[in-house]
Ligand binder design. Structure first.
Ligand code: URA
Length: 434
């Protein structure tokens, strides 16, 4: 088999066979197929697309290119969740202990963030001593004993995807649904869960800016997951403004804790409860939607979800006292109040600018080696649709460095748009795909 022939076939609109895809992914992972040929293939796929069968095969070939987690030693059905990411997305921190508190087994791998705010792992490190570099054995034992563990992504998970994603990033071939779906799902399948709930975000702060693209991506990922024998459910959710109010690592952890106490922002609470409900249903613990939702709400009201977070934090070496006393989380030295300069309604908040404002304060990584300041960030006091008067606080900027604050405040000011009226209907859950 020759890579040249495969490129020519795909360029002409042909469908690659399973053997051809295996040849291409194995050869590329080993270094036998050079970047220039794979770049040409990616561009051919970008223009000609892949059918469902090719997309599934590409995914499983990438999944099989490295380590796969064997979760068979964990009793019960393991349910995972994946979000395509956005500004203020601290969902996993509230969601995983919440579902574990009703008996769902959550064995989750998460990544660190690059850009905007940190990833879930960075945020969890707001708990002093929290460790994610745990062994597979500890990971499995912890899920069997307390129902939840989150570990850092192992280096050798879907190495073919790692190499291909880096190549796509510099060859303008990221934006193809089959390539994105197979990239995400290869890692999710390798992480071993029986069922996966997807949170595909859409809007100005999302990877998928428009709704049709988000739907197409969700459908492609659900089809892949089912084709690989997993139970799947996808939500399309709003990312046209930041999720909840907090953006920044420890600030987001505090908001997740508040949510488990029943005092979280409405949009974030609704999202967490809906994702959690679907995870409970897919786990088989409770398949009736109303009953599953009632179980979750009960465990928020009776404190069991919060206790599960504390148990999870301390099992991974973290100081769980901060779960009950959030003043113990990292705290910035100063807080600046950004105020509205006119009356009106908040008509738009540019998500990406809010994310960048948090990044420039020190809350995100500019490069892989950057050290994150866990304490800084932004807490939005006004969101889209809110009525404001001149002088009202729009957002609180938590900062440690005056110069960084100046830059962040300027960005945040520009991110807010105030107009005479607001007549959109806001909803956090836009669609469901299964
Ligand atoms: N995230 C991924 O993991 N892969 C893509 O291709 C795009 C976003």
């Amino acid at each position: 088999m020759r890579m040249y022939d495969l490129i020519e076939k795909k360029r002409g609109g042909g469908a690659l066979t399973d053997e051809e895809i295996d040849f291409m992914i194995t050869g590329y992972t080993k270094g036998d197929i050079p970047d220039y040929q794979m770049s040409a293939m990616m561009m051919a796929i970008y223009f000609q697309g892949m059918n469902d069968k090719e997309t599934l095969k590409l995914t499983t070939a990438m999944r099989d290119s490295g380590d796969q987690l064997d979760l068979s030693a964990i009793e019960g059905r393991k349910v995972d969740k994946h979000s395509t990411g956005g500004v203020g997305d601290k969902t996993s921190i509230a969601l995983t202990p919440l579902v574990a508190s009703v008996g769902v087994k959550v064995a989750k791998m998460s990544g660190r963030g690059l850009g905007h705010t940190g990833g879930t792992i960075d945020k969890l490190e707001s708990f002093d001593g929290f460790r994610v570099d745990i062994s597979n054995e500890q990971f499995i034992k912890q899920v069997n004993t307390i129902g939840v563990s989150i570990m850092g992504q192992t280096k050798d998970l879907a190495p073919a995807d790692k190499k291909l994603y880096a190549l796509r990033d510099v060859t303008a071939t990221v934006e193809n649904i089959s390539l994105i779906a197979s990239s995400i799902m290869s890692k999710k399948l390798a992480a071993g869960a029986d069922a996966i709930v997807l949170d595909v975000k859409t809007g100005s702060g999302a990877f998928m800016k428009n709704l049709d693209d988000a739907r197409a991506l969700a459908k492609a990922m659900v089809t892949i997951g089912k084709g690989a024998g997993r139970d799947m459910f996808a939500f399309i959710t709003d990312m046209d403004e930041p999720l909840g109010c907090a953006v920044g690592n420890a600030l987001e952890v505090k908001e997740a804790i508040d949510t488990l106490k029943g005092k979280g922002p409405a949009d974030f609470t609704e999202l967490v409860l809906n994702l959690a409900c679907r995870m409970v249903m897919l786990s088989g613990i409770e398949t009736d939607e109303d009953k599953a939702m009632a179980l979750l709400k009960e465990n928020i009201a009776n404190g069991k979800a919060l206790d599960k977070l504390a148990e999870f934090v301390s099992a991974q070496g973290g100081d769980s006292k901060a779960v009950y006393d959030t003043d113990l989380l990292p705290k910035a030295n100063n807080v600046y109040e950004l105020k509205a300069d006119k009356d009106g309604y908040i008509t738009h908040i540019n998500c990406e600018e809010v994310g960048i404002a948090s990044l420039v304060l020190g809350g995100g990584r500019e490069t892989l080696d950057s050290v994150i300041d866990l304490s800084v960030g932004i807490v939005l006091n006004k969101k889209c649709g809110d009525k404001v008067s001149a002088g009202d606080v729009l957002a609180y900027v938590h900062y440690n460095d005056d110069k960084k604050k100046e830059d962040a405040v300027k960005r945040l000011k520009d991110a807010y748009q105030i107009g005479d009226s607001y007549n959109k209907t806001k909803k956090v859950i836009i669609d469901k795909i299964c």
